[in-house]
Design a protein. Structure first.
Ligand code: IPE
Ligand code: IPE
Ligand code: MG
Length: 252
């Protein structure tokens, strides 16, 4: 496979789905699928670094996932805690900055503590960026943004007459991240499930049949191969895009 780096997305966001079905297929408890999914995170991050893809965002736990059985929720929280504890030193070694988006303050205290520790320990890096969406939902993100914005109006820091998309964007959890270029969902489901709904306005979508624990380098390369043939038009015509890419090439 010969992929040109200029055709890579700058920011990949993945809905890591299918852990439960992966485990069921193997006759194992669902949590073993989640555990194996943690291993996939390490592998996918390494492949992104190899390919010089600087931004990777992963959907780990949605606000709706609190409605799952309590035993699964507790096991998942234990896994996050364990993952952060173990992984922080690797992130430092790889010079990856971690971000966590979502309502962190609603997570169990021991998870919150690890989150804070990992965020602080990696805050100085800026080249590689791993973002975990935990207790995340686009609609709660919108609610939190509107509350913060309204508060800023109240304090006289914002003027609604001057409100633009850039203004509102600066109140989202993702204020310091570029929009995702490529959204991948594993496991064959073809929906967003409340993930980055505003940020993905012009993202390309890709749905892989592979369950997340089996999503390896080959599966990611297959997705990227598919991405490279797409034409992103942002509302323009194909002809306009051709002209733009010709002027870009004559400049460089
Ligand atoms: C994704 O796998 C992980 C989380 C949502 C936490 P699932 O647990 O949703 O796996 P399936 O969809 O039941 O197979
Ligand atoms: C979406 O997966 C959330 C995460 C991957 C963390 P779900 O498995 O919870 O989504 P639905 O319920 O199938 O839409
Ligand atoms: Mg699922």
């Amino acid at each position: 496979m010969n992929l040109s780096p200029s055709k890579f997305p700058k920011h990949i966001a993945i809905i890591m789905d299918g852990n439960g079905r992966w485990a069921k297929k193997k006759g194992k408890p669902r949590i073993s699928g989640h555990r194996q999914g943690g291993q996939t995170i390490r592998e996918v991050l390494s492949v992104c670094q190899k390919l010089k893809i600087r931004y990777l965002t992963l959907y780990a736990f949605s606000v709706e996932n609190w409605n799952r059985p309590q035993s699964e929720i507790s096991a998942l929280m234990d896994l996050f805690h364990h993952f952060l504890r173990k992984e922080t030193k690797n992130l430092i070694k790889k010079e990856v900055r971690l971000r966590v988006i979502g309502r962190i303050d609603e997570l169990p205290e021991k998870v919150r503590k690890e989150v804070t520790r990992s965020l602080e320990a990696t805050a100085k890096f800026d080249k590689w960026n791993l973002t975990l969406a935990v207790n995340y939902g686009s609609r709660t993100e919108m609610v939190d943004a509107v509350k913060a914005y309204a508060e800023a109006i109240h304090r006289g820091k914002e003027n609604p007459e001057e409100c633009s998309w850039e203004t509102l964007n600066s109140y989202l959890y993702t204020f310091d991240l570029p929009d995702p270029d490529f959204i991948i969902r594993t496991s064959g489901e073809t929906r967003l499930s409340n993930f980055l709904m505003l940020q993905s306005a012009y993202a390309e979508m890709y749905f892989s049949k592979v369950y997340w624990p089996d999503f390896d380098q080959a599966a990611l390369l297959e997705a990227l191969e598919n991405y490279k043939d797409r034409e992103r038009r942002y509302g323009l015509t194909g002809e306009q895009i051709n002209e733009l890419s010709m002027t870009e090439h004559s400049v460089t």
